[in-house]
Write a protein that binds this ligand. Structure first.
Ligand code: SF4
Length: 218
């Protein structure tokens, strides 16, 4: 289903404002190659990017590539990623993912969504981060901020991340797919907060359904 023209126009306006407001909006995870970004993104689940950035320099020094991660004793890996939370799952997924990369892809990260989501611990969100940020491909990342802002602004009426991803692909110009999440995340952190959105200072309120409903209630 094609998004109504009005929604595509709205997306254009909203993104134009957010681009001006957050010109430096980008992925805050530190990495030097697609493999490092993949591991950092897996670690960032239920954890702040700041905390992940504290863990990854030492981690990548100890295990410089997929083969090194694949050989790592699980207990050692768990201890190395413990401070990012859910460390048992993360360590298990990272090792299984590294094993598949080392065994099937010669240690390289594949640059396609279908291959990425076959890797252990890698869902569409992680795959799209890697595609958009490491490979520069158009990819819509849907995290908690994107879910919240998409609903409040009126691009979606669901908490289903996959439905929102496809909806945003219809509403937003392809050239902006990868930038969209960084802009929504920055705006979500600074203004459109989960508990108390700061609508009074929000520069996209004229395009916001949530704000319109709130104003109508008086
Ligand atoms: S007007 Fe309020 S709810 Fe709407 S995007 Fe801005 S901060 Fe979020």
């Amino acid at each position: 289903m094609t998004a109504p023209a009005a929604l595509r126009k709205k997306a254009e306006r909203v993104l134009a404002v957010l681009k001006k407001e957050y010109p430096g909006a980008t992925c805050s995870l530190r990495f030097s190659n697609p493999f490092e970004l993949l591991i950092a993104t897996i670690l960032s689940a239920q954890c702040t990017d700041e905390r992940v950035n504290k863990v990854t320099p030492g981690l990548f020094k100890k295990y410089p590539d997929a083969a090194a991660f694949a050989r790592a004793p699980l207990a050692e890996l768990e201890s190395a990623v413990r401070s990012t939370g859910f460390y048992k799952n993360k360590a298990r997924n990272i090792r299984a993912c590294a094993e598949m990369l080392a065994g099937t892809y010669g240690g390289e990260v594949p640059a396609g969504l279908e291959a990425l989501v076959q890797l252990p611990g890698v869902g569409r969100k992680t795959a799209n981060v890697v595609l958009g940020v490491a490979f520069g491909k158009p990819a819509v990342v849907v995290d908690t901020h994107v879910i919240r802002l998409s609903n409040r602004l009126g691009f979606a009426e669901t908490s289903d991340a996959v439905k929102i991803e496809f909806r945003l692909m219809e509403c937003v110009a392809r050239k902006d797919w990868s930038r969209l999440a960084h802009l929504f995340i920055d705006h979500g952190r600074a203004v459109c907060k989960a508990i108390k959105p700061r609508c009074g200072i929000c520069n996209v309120k004229t395009d916001c359904d949530y704000y319109r409903k709130l104003s109508a209630q008086g």
